[in-house]
Design a protein around this ligand. Structure first.
Ligand code: URA
Ligand code: SF4
Length: 206
C-alpha cells in the first residue's frame, strides 16, 4: 500500500492537488467523496498537519472547513498566526468513516498502514512548501512524521526537530476535535492555545 506510484514526478502543488484525486494508494478513496489536498501559499513559513478530512471537508474538498477548523482558526488568530500565511493539510487525504444506513457519517481513525501509504503526498507537500515549522495536530499527524513511538501527552508543546522528509522545527499539540469532545472544553482549548503560542514563538510572531 503506497501512494508513491500515483504521485507525478516533478509536480508542483497545483498539479499534485489534481493528481491526488486519482490516487489508489490505499482503500480509503473508495468510500470518500473526493480527496482533500492541502491548502495555502507555497511560500508559507509553517505547515499545519491534521489527521484526515472530516465530513464537511470531504463534501467541500477543502481541509479544516468544519467544526474542528473553526477551533483551529480561533487558536491561530489568538496565537497571532494568520491562517492565510500557513499551509494546512492532513496526514491522510481521504475521509475514513463508518455509517449505519442513512445515519450521520462517523469519523474513524486511519490505521498506521493507511497513514504510511498516504505519507508520500505529505512528503511532497513539505518538500515544495519548505516550511521552517511544522505544527502537528494530534497523535496521528505527529506519528506520521516522527514515528509510532511519539506520545502527544509527553511531547506536546515542545519544540522538536524534523529531519525527514524536510528539516524544520516541529511543535505538536492536541487535535482540535479532541477539544470539542473534552469534558472541560475551555481547559482543553487553553492547553491547545498555549502550544500554538510556542509555535508562534518559533515563527517570531508571538
Ligand atoms: N480534522 C482534521 O484532522 N482535518 C481536517 O481537515 C478536518 C478535521
Ligand atoms: Fe491515496 Fe492517501 Fe487517499 Fe489512500 S488516503 S487513496 S494513499 S490519497
Amino acid at each position: 500500500m503506497s501512494a508513491a506510484e500515483h504521485i507525478p514526478a516533478g509536480a508542483n502543488l497545483f498539479e499534485l492537488r489534481s493528481a491526488v484525486q486519482s490516487c489508489r494508494g490505499c482503500d480509503l478513496y473508495r468510500g470518500a467523496t473526493q480527496a482533500v489536498f492541502g491548502e495555502g501559499p507555497e511560500t508559507a513559513r509553517a505547515v499545519v498537519v491534521g489527521e484526515q478530512p472530516g465530513d464537511q471537508e470531504d463534501r467541500q474538498g477543502r481541509p479544516f472547513v468544519g467544526p474542528a477548523g473553526r477551533v483551529l482558526d480561533r487558536g491561530l488568530v489568538e496565537a497571532g498566526i494568520d491562517r492565510g500565511t500557513v499551509y494546512v493539510t492532513n496526514s491522510t487525504k481521504h475521509f475514513k468513516f463508518t455509517q449505519q444506513r442513512g445515519k450521520r457519517r462517523l469519523h474513524q481513525k486511519p490505521t498506521r498502514g493507511e497513514v504510511m501509504a498516504c505519507r508520500p503526498w505529505l512528503e511532497a507537500e513539505l518538500r515544495l512548501v519548505q516550511p521552517e515549522l511544522v505544527v502537528c495536530l494530534g497523535a496521528t499527524a505527529a506519528q506520521a512524521l516522527l514515528g509510532p513511538s511519539f506520545r502527544i501527552t509527553k511531547e506536546r508543546g515542545a519544540v522538536l526537530r524534523l529531519e525527514d522528509p524536510w528539516p524544520a522545527q516541529l511543535v505538536a499539540t492536541i487535535h482540535p476535535s479532541a477539544i470539542l469532545r473534552a469534558d472541560d472544553r475551555e481547559q482543553a482549548y487553553r492547553g491547545f492555545l498555549a502550544d500554538l503560542e510556542v509555535a508562534a514563538g518559533v515563527l517570531g510572531v508571538a
